[in-house]
Design a protein. Structure first.
Length: 456
């Protein structure tokens, strides 16, 4: 195993990587619950967003019996259970372990892996990355070192279409047309002038683990949790990764990667066709909240294959993909999901609309932003819009989007384009005024002067 490979005696710690935090990682999990204003919160890591229908039933049952009855999807394809009873921790952990959602108690908060949700379904990717996903999750859970990763550290497995590559993961694997893989540390544009490492595809999961463990050795004692927080030249990390890959017998070649990946794109809602006998259904979830009946409708659609329980794939855009649906039944199944209140077409006014939990679930929120987003719902725009209850902007998207942030006297609406935040426009807490301001911004109609982008 990789964990047995001895680390070098010393590693060059980047200058400037001084401590950026004075407390430990407080990210919630299944074993460490977070106390929110609406009760306890559990975050269930689901690598690649892949859930068997049997596992999906367990999560739904626990949400109904122990929590608020809803499944809250996250921007990493995970699930949160909210409104949990304070005494439910033991039962929650036991049921998760029985359903194989908790394969390692020591690693449950570090199994943060996003993957191209349509991989192997529509014929567009360069490889089906599911074998990478299974292998990487097993390697992470078998490593003693990875228990030191922050709950925010993220792996991304991209099948070559560029969707999850744009999510700014700490370690990214991209499938290449020649069967090899590209390994990137940090988001595109970081490291040594956008350099990526070309490695044999069969060694990609192990190489990703080596990259994460190398980061831990470099960052140890610095208070750094993410690759982007290495304030000195992040190329130091890449140099060390190359050396360790060589020690592990994995040949790595430096090559130029894209300086900026294509914009992150969620699977369009509707029927996903491809060169296979079955099709997939892609649906969006309004504000990322799935009720128990909606969840049942999804698992029913997934159980169409005889002798196969089916699966759900949760996406990093708070949507769900249902693979393996018979072509003859696809339209009827999609109609049933629409009747359940899920987003099944690009013309839905909910397409691209997201929000944090807001009031009453979060004490830091200045408004009930989900109610605000619902009241101000307008026509579909060219940009996604995200409503935040405070300046932390928890769960906001990447790339370009419309930023709606609650303020003491209303809201601030601004455009974010490729990480640059434009000057915010004050808008009163009025559904009509907010709808007009958001619609104008989503359509690219608002002319705003660029301003420095505050930290999020």
């Amino acid at each position: 195993m990789l964990a047995a490979m001895p680390p070098p005696a010393t590693l060059p710690v980047p200058t400037g990587a001084a401590s950026v935090r004075d407390r430990g990682d407080a990210c919630p999990g299944t074993l460490r619950l977070h106390r929110a204003d609406d009760g306890a919160l559990a975050r269930v890591r689901i690598p690649g967003g892949v859930l068997s229908t049997a596992q999906a039933d367990v999560v739904r049952e626990l949400a109904e019996r122990l929590g608020d009855g809803e499944l809250h999807l996250t921007s990493r394809g995970n699930v949160q259970l909210r409104g949990l009873r304070p005494d439910c921790g033991g039962e929650l952990a036991s049921r998760m372990a029985e359903s194989e959602l908790l394969p390692s108690e020591r690693h449950e908060r570090v199994r943060n892996i996003v993957a191209s949700p349509l991989s192997g379904l529509d014929g567009r990717g360069r490889r089906d990355i599911r074998p990478w996903l299974s292998a990487l999750d097993e390697l992470v859970c078998a490593s003693d070192l990875t228990t030191e990763l922050s709950g925010r550290f993220l792996f991304a497995l991209d099948d070559g279409r560029g969707d999850v590559d744009a999510l700014g993961a700490d370690v990214t694997l991209l499938a290449r047309a020649d069967g090899d893989a590209a390994l990137r540390t940090g988001p595109a544009g970081t490291g040594q002038d956008g350099t990526v490492l070309r490695i044999p595809g069969e060694h990609a999961p192990r190489a990703a683990l080596i990259a994460a463990e190398t980061f831990l050795d470099i960052a140890r004692g610095s208070g750094v949790w993410r690759v982007t927080e290495l304030r000195a030249d992040a190329g130091i990390l890449l140099d060390q990764v190359v050396r360790r890959l060589g020690q592990a017998g994995i040949h790595a070649t430096r090559t130029a990667g894209p300086v900026r990946p294509s914009p992150s794109a969620a699977p369009a809602p509707g029927i996903v066709d491809g060169p296979y006998e079955t099709v997939a259904l892609s649906v969006g979830v309004p504000l990322g909240r799935v009720g128990a009946q909606q969840w049942r409708a999804l698992t029913r659609a997934a159980r169409q294959r005889e002798g196969d329980g089916g699966e759900l794939r949760l996406t990093p855009w708070r949507g769900v993909v249902v693979p393996g649906v018979a072509r003859a039944r696809a339209a009827a199944e999609l109609a049933a999901l629409a009747a359940a209140g899920l987003i099944t077409g690009v013309r839905s006014p909910w397409t691209g609309v997201g929000a944090c939990i807001g009031r009453p679930g979060c004490a830091k929120s200045l408004a009930d932003v989900r109610a605000g987003a619902t009241a101000a719902l307008g026509p579909v725009g060219t940009l996604p819009v995200y409503w935040s209850g405070c300046a932390r902007r928890c769960g906001h998207p990447r790339g370009s989007w419309v930023d709606v942030v609650a303020a003491p006297d209303g809201y601030r609406v601004s455009l974010v384009r490729d990480g640059e935040r434009h000057a915010p426009r004050p808008v009163p807490d009025s559904p009509a005024a907010l709808a007009a301001a958001v619609a104008a911004a989503r359509g690219g109609l608002a002319e705003q002067r660029p301003a420095p982008c505050p930290g999020t």
